[in-house]
Design a protein around this ligand. Structure first.
Ligand SMILES: *[C@@H]1O[C@H](CO)[C@@H](O)[C@H](O)[C@H]1NC(C)=O
Ligand SMILES: *[C@@H]1O[C@H](CO)[C@@H](O)[C@H](O)[C@H]1NC(C)=O
Ligand SMILES: *[C@@H]1O[C@H](CO)[C@@H](O)[C@H](O)[C@H]1NC(C)=O
Ligand SMILES: *[C@@H]1O[C@H](CO)[C@@H](O)[C@H](O)[C@H]1NC(C)=O
Length: 304
């Protein structure tokens, strides 16, 4: 009786839950409760913005109130949008900056020559939707807190762009790794804990002059907590799960071979020496190999 009612119960719970969800999000949108408290969902996009710098000295630019000015990452030709990371999704992102203009070329010179880093940042949690931007400008939200590099609204992501400065052009290592750590789910779900990006200098650099495109290739990896996994499994590596499994399997295999030997070779031999009247099929049991083993399988049965 109760069994057919169960799906109905579940369905009504689901409907109730869905209704609650829609009303609460609607309420959030209208009353502007701090949505920033909610974490990222897997697959949600994360905008990258970078510190604006002057092209003559590479110094950072501040606004009237002395706050560092961040601007969206340059637009990628592939997407038509500034660079975006995707929460919890490991992928290669191509971001070709279509046209390296004169100011941007000078900035690249600063980055590559280590006069100034390409300092970017990503929101630690999703930013509130645009209506609160007015509040942000009025300075009434938390967003104005923490003006240094350690605000908890944003997580810094310094892009260590490598390259060499030539007389007329630049060599830039455009293949980059991006590592992003999320805070453990049990502590703060959907929250970014740390991020970094760096050029792979081993790969052949791209030659850049003013007017070229800059083909950036980002390889993004995500970590579910703030500790880096061990990536080196050679000498000096740690005992890994696969090593453990290998040990267990080989232990099991040796035990099986011992058992087979005992049943196929040792046991028939002992039985043979015990009584000549039970010779039956045991004569064949003397052979080694698979034949002996299959014979030995029937061996113990003869004792009954
Ligand atoms: C960076 O700041 C300069 C000077 O204030 C401004 O002209 C430029 O448009 C800014 N860059 C971006 C990408 O907004
Ligand atoms: C960027 O996109 C535009 C238009 O989609 C295209 O004309 C241009 O060749 C592209 N540039 C590169 C470097 O792919
Ligand atoms: C990115 O560009 C490289 C060539 O530079 C290409 O081989 C690769 O398939 C592209 N990856 C994606 C995800 O578009
Ligand atoms: C961090 O995550 C890894 C999985 O990538 C896990 O093996 C490790 O035990 C975690 N470390 C801590 C301290 O939770």
């Amino acid at each position: 009786m109760a069994v057919p009612q169960l799906p109905l119960l579940w369905r009504s719970i689901l409907v109730l839950y869905a209704a609650l969800c829609t009303t609460s999000t609607a309420a959030a949108e209208t009353s502007q409760t701090p949505l920033s408290q909610a974490g990222y969902k897997v697959g949600q996009t994360i905008p990258v913005s970078c510190l604006n710098r002057t092209t003559d000295t590479g110094e950072h630019i501040t606004d009237a109130s002395g706050e560092l000015l961040y601007t969206p990452f340059p637009i990628c030709n592939e997407t038509g949008k500034p660079l975006e990371l995707i929460f919890g999704v490991e992928k290669d992102i191509n971001c070709t900056i279509d046209f390296v203009d004169d100011p941007f070329f000078h900035l690249l010179e600063f980055y590559v020559h280590n006069d100034a880093p390409l300092t970017c940042r990503i929101p630690t949690k999703p930013l509130p939707p645009s209506p609160s931007k007015e509040e942000f400008e009025k300075g009434t939200t938390d967003l104005t807190e923490g003006q240094g590099s350690l605000s908890d609204v944003y997580t810094p992501m310094v892009v260590a762009l490598a390259g060499t400065l030539q007389l007329s052009h630049l060599h830039v290592s455009t293949s980059l790794n991006v590592l992003v750590h999320a805070a453990p789910k049990s502590v703060a779900p959907g929250t970014i804990a740390a991020a970094t990006a760096y050029s792979i200098s081993r790969e052949p650099p791209t030659r850049i002059v003013i007017g070229d495109s800059l083909p950036l290739r980002f390889s993004v990896r995500w970590y579910p907590n703030t500790s880096l996994p061990s990536g080196w499994t050679g000498v000096g590596g740690h005992l890994t799960f696969s090593t453990l499994v290998y040990c267990l399997i080989s232990a099991g295999a040796s035990a099986a071979i011992c058992l087979a030997y005992f049943r196929g070779v040792e046991l028939p031999r002992r039985l043979k020496s015990h009584g000549k009247d039970r010779v039956g099929g045991i004569e064949r049991g003397g052979g080694l190999g698979g034949y002996g083993i299959s014979n030995g399988y029937y061996g113990p049965g003869k004792r009954d």
